[in-house]
Design a protein around this ligand. Structure first.
Ligand code: HSE
Length: 308
């Protein structure tokens, strides 16, 4: 195979109770990438459509991630990357992760898969570090592994794929204002009280158990974030009313997607997801911000190879 075309899905990191450790992969939104072998060694980004991002491999998350992979697999083969962006940078649904994960996934396929998913996550994380100032894997892991993932540690990378309850459905609101992860990380306090830490790890443990047991009530009780959400939610228009209306409409939980400004609700089933989407639509329409709403099942497969 000399060329591969892939769909690189968006993702939701943190999932309220798992800052920097939990994430899940979305179905309907994503970028496309074409990666092809060339005769001149190294990586070149030859085309980016849909967004104004640098072609310079040292300044582009896809380029950084691709070079991290090739450093561990020296070869005379070169790689050209084309990126067709649909996920807006700074949207909070893993735009940089899709590009970084796509680059390493595609090159790994073209090299006949010398690397494991864990190794690909390690390379993709180097791209994430460029975008957000910190090497976190909670977006790249679900994109590369599919489903819902838990990052136990990033050094070394140790990621667990969690089960996805069948009816679990996500509603995503992307208010079209840009919030840079770098900035959204700077505003977080660096210390957490023991009281809050206890609540958070109680919720995280319960959430993981709830996924294994398809216990939607426990999912609902666990989707809480008392550490990061109070600070970051101040940057998101109508956060409190969106959250209240979503819960009133039957959502299991509601929180910030990654570093925002996108927010997410989880529901049991599509019918409730449509009700939640409707109330979200009413609130956000009333304040005159451009927005998109997506209803998505949890994408259990992650990156998909497309016909050329
Ligand atoms: N866990 C990261 C953060 C995800 O919240 O900063 C960024 O998309």
């Amino acid at each position: 195979m000399d060329e591969i075309k892939i769909f690189c899905p968006a993702s939701v990191a943190n999932m309220s109770c798992g800052f920097d450790v939990l994430g899940f992969c979305l179905s309907p939104v994503g970028d496309e990438m074409v990666i092809r072998k060339t005769n001149s060694p190294g990586v070149k980004i030859t085309k980016i459509e849909g967004q104004d991002l640098p072609l310079d491999v040292k300044k582009n998350v896809a380029g950084i991630a691709a070079e991290a992979l090739l450093k561990e697999h020296p070869t005379q083969t070169g790689f050209e990357i084309e990126i067709y962006k649909n996920i807006k940078a700074g949207s909070g649904i893993g735009s940089s992760a899709a590009s970084a994960a796509g680059a390493v996934f595609g090159i790994n396929e073209l090299l006949n898969k010398p690397f494991t998913a864990t190794e690909l996550i390690t390379f993709a994380m180097e791209g994430e570090a460029l975008a957000s100032g910190a090497a976190h894997a909670d977006n790249v892991a679900p994109v590369l592994m599919g489903g819902i993932t838990l990052v136990r540690t990033v050094d070394p990378v140790d990621v667990i794929k969690l089960p996805t309850p069948n009816e679990l459905t996500a509603v995503i609101l992307h208010p079209k204002i840009e919030l840079k992860t770098l900035h959204a990380r700077e505003i977080i306090k660096k210390n957490v009280t023991m009281e809050k830490a206890i609540k958070q790890w109680g919720n995280l443990g319960a959430f993981v158990s709830a996924l294994f047991n398809e216990d939607y009530d426990l999912i609902s009780r666990s989707l809480k974030d008392e550490i990061v959400e109070p600070m970051r939610s101040l940057l998101i228009p109508e956060f409190d009313s969106l959250k209240k209306a979503s819960i009133d409409a039957g959502a299991l939980g509601f929180g910030i997607s990654g570093s925002g400004p996108s927010v997410f609700a989880l529901t049991k089933g599509k019918d409730t997801a449509h009700k939640v989407s409707k109330v979200i639509n009413q609130i956000i329409s009333s304040i005159g911000i451009d927005f998109e709403i997506h209803i998505s099942e949890i994408n259990k497969h992650g990156i998909k190879i497309l016909p050329n």
